[in-house]
Design a protein around this ligand. Structure first.
Ligand code: HEM
Length: 178
């Protein structure tokens, strides 16, 4: 055994009194143990973000739902949770709900964050996470998909305050002009 490899093996044996195999196993076990122990403690940064989340949740609870009336799809996007001071909104079948209470689901990093600030009608009917289904388009939905959608709508009506309705940009403009 020569070269660098031989030197390493020799050094391991000289300094640790262990065979290279035992040394590698010992190192591996140490790393695994270290990783496991790390997961048992909340890192300071994580703790800080938990505190931050608590503050945001408390703000959500204090804020009265603001009635927005008619909102365009473009305006709805502003309520996707990227600004923690704004409520989280989501639309189903053209009705806009304040889902701030469900920030854990719809806030940044939440499992359903992609629905925030969007009309999720088609996605919910199809139980789909495809961004293309983030639309109010109900064309071609089957009877059972419409049933699924109905269930979601009832859940939202029961759980979240309705704060507005979605309108097309041109409808909003024409109404303003009158
Ligand atoms: C592997 C499949 C899935 C599992 C295990 C799962 C699990 C869950 C659980 C445990 C909740 C929390 C329920 C509660 O505490 O009220 C939830 C909520 C929710 N799920 Fe799923 N889910 C799945 C797939 C989906 C899909 C495909 C969609 C739609 C595309 C969806 C949409 C939702 C929504 C919108 C909520 C929040 C409802 C609310 O605001 O209260 N889920 N899900």
């Amino acid at each position: 055994m020569g070269g660098i490899y031989g030197t390493i093996v020799e050094s391991i044996e000289n300094y640790t009194g262990l065979s290279p195999t035992s040394f590698i196993i010992l190192m591996a076990v140490s790393i695994i143990t270290y990783k496991i122990v790390c997961t048992m403690f909340v890192a300071v940064d994580d703790y800080k973000s938990v505190e931050k989340m608590k503050e945001i949740f408390e703000e959500d609870m204090k804020r009265e739902p603001v009635q927005l009336g008619e909102v365009t799809e473009e305006q709805l996007k502003e309520y996707d949770g990227s600004d923690p001071k704004k409520p989280l909104l989501m639309a189903i079948k053209g009705n806009i709900y304040d889902v701030s209470k469900g920030r854990i689901f719809y806030g940044p990093g939440g499992s359903y964050a992609m629905f925030a600030g969007r009309d999720a009608t088609r996605a919910l009917a199809l139980m789909s996470f495809d961004p293309q289904d983030l639309t109010g388009n109900m064309d071609g939905l089957s009877e059972s998909e419409l049933d699924v959608l109905q269930d979601w709508e009832l859940k939202f009506i029961e759980k979240y305050p309705k704060v507005g309705v979605l309108v097309k940009e041109e409808d909003l403009d024409s109404k303003k002009a009158v």
